[in-house]
Ligand binder design. Sequence first.
Ligand code: ADP
Ligand code: MG
Length: 266
Amino acid sequence: MTVPVIELTGIEKIYDTGSVRVHALRNVNLEIQHGEFVAIMGTSGSGKSTLMNILGCLDRPTAGRYRMEGVDISQLDKDQRADVRNRKLGFVFQGFNLLRRTTALENVELPLIYAGVPAAERVRRGRAALATVGLAYREENHPSQLSGGQQQRVAIARALVNNPSMLLADEPTGNLDTRTSLDVMGVFQHLNRESGITIVLVTHEPDIAEFAGRVVTVRDGRILSDRPVLWRRDAAVELEKLPPEEDEGSLGADLPAEDCPQKEGS
Ligand code: ADP
Ligand code: MG
């Protein structure tokens, strides 16, 4: 039997700010196997981000056990958790969190700088990660020269560059329009299918959760249901079916950098 990537047993999280006490997670039990694509779904305040922060070793449970690839990490201190994060996890956030004045390639290289990887290897691995998300020709572009979908692709490449055991994405399509959301979900589905990378995605949108293979629904800090997606959406297929864009080329996929229009707010 293979060891699960994630094994949560009796996880509790209580935020105690002095005046208020919030019981954000209650007896959460969850196993995720290698190669799974799991959506954690729930309304605002249900505990998704709290769960994600624990999965991502950004925070520690108040009680319960967290094993990652068989190793108990619930008791690790701050530095040890940072080490697990750097070696095993890739993060994708809603707002991309890219450095503005820095090229796509340099953004992707960032985790490798923290990891002390030599420059030549950083460039090699950064380029490979950008190629994986279909942005091989965008290395020298700054975020403002890229569409929202392309920026999120850069963020995904950055999350991949350390060869993590697992990708964690918290509302990665949060601010994106339909086409761009499909584009980003297509990248996740492609990575999951082709590279077999484990993905845990947090969303409050049921229709986004349907791109995953399994949906774990949380409510009031508890797991309400945990089931496979029977009619799984395929982002690439749906993207093909979308009517052609009014302003074709605004995504700038094949345009040279200087012709790529800047998108407002991205
Ligand atoms: P979601 O991501 O599903 O919107 P959260 O995990 O952010 O939910 O929040 C779950 C509950 O925990 C909410 O009631 C929220 O107000 C509370 N909470 C989240 N983070 C903190 C914190 N740092 N301190 C106190 N309460 C918090
Ligand atoms: Mg949240």
